[in-house]
Write a protein that binds this ligand. Sequence first.
Ligand code: TRP
Length: 346
Amino acid sequence: MTDVTSPAYTGPRRVFSGMQPTGGLHLGNYLGALVKFVRLQDDNECLYCIVDLHAITVDHDPKTLQQQCREVAAAYIAAGVDPERSIIFVQSAVLAHTELAWIFNCVARMGWLQRMTQFKDKAGKNAERMSVGLFDYPVLQAADILAYKGTHVPVGEDQKQHLELSRDIAAKFNNDFNAPGFFPLPEPLIQGPGARIMSLRDGKKKMSKSDPSDMSRINLTDDADAIANKLKRATTDSLPIPDTVEALEGRAEVENLVGIYAALSGETPAQVLGVWGGQGFAAFKPALADLAAAKLAPIADEMRRLLADPAALDRTLRHGAERAHAIAAPIMDDVRRIVGLWGPGR
Ligand code: TRP
């Protein structure tokens, strides 16, 4: 990877990502996002946001939202995100997000948003009754990233289209306001072993907190018994585990379990199959359960410890918001000048 994400952008490389505080983090969040967040800290300046403004695009409970933000913060830290090296903060604590989202609303085109498949999936037949905010969700996401001139965005496969929209907005802003290279064109970072963790019941659906069946997912706070029970009952087929990655084709549930094993053990799926090929699930599932429990137990313990002192967690988040604001403020001064706005305090 290079430092330059668009021919004209010459600013520093900066990682930005966000997670919604909608409660119930699971193995998919851990392997798909948190593990990557931790690794990226080694050679990047990273901002990891808890996106409460995105959470209010659908019905939410105001009484629990703040606590859910603390839970995500605790998960970030427990998984290994270092709040001194990286910037951990809540989106609504930094006003640049909403201001830049409004400006980007005037850059993005209706047609671009109408093509967003995630809105269509979430709204289904009820698009007319969804909030304007849900429709506008990807514009706020672009503002999140670009308020910091984020260049690299670790996300899941399902966020690729939103990242394309962020690039389109950045490019149109740079072009329309004759500010070549002002915003970078942010790139998704999707690759990685845990890129796609699927439901334990249906290998074609993503592991998700919105799945009505708790048996479909391993929560970060599940204990060893719960993990063993869920894996025992996870959907598989009656064939033995294959020897080669090619032979996983068409066996989505098996591919998923092998993928989870590989991501947790730090091996490749081929290495896992080298050991387990030819064996049955009666042996594999308990081994996977032990591995998952061993990885998740210390994270759950640390989350509990952090959540027991909400004042300390809130101080950490305030510190993060101050550092985030310090990066965004001069960028927003430039944005207002470029667009011809007045701005606060003038
Ligand atoms: N839409 C992302 C998701 O559902 C969350 C998100 C909001 C995000 N803003 C972001 C991710 C900015 C990366 C960058 O997963």
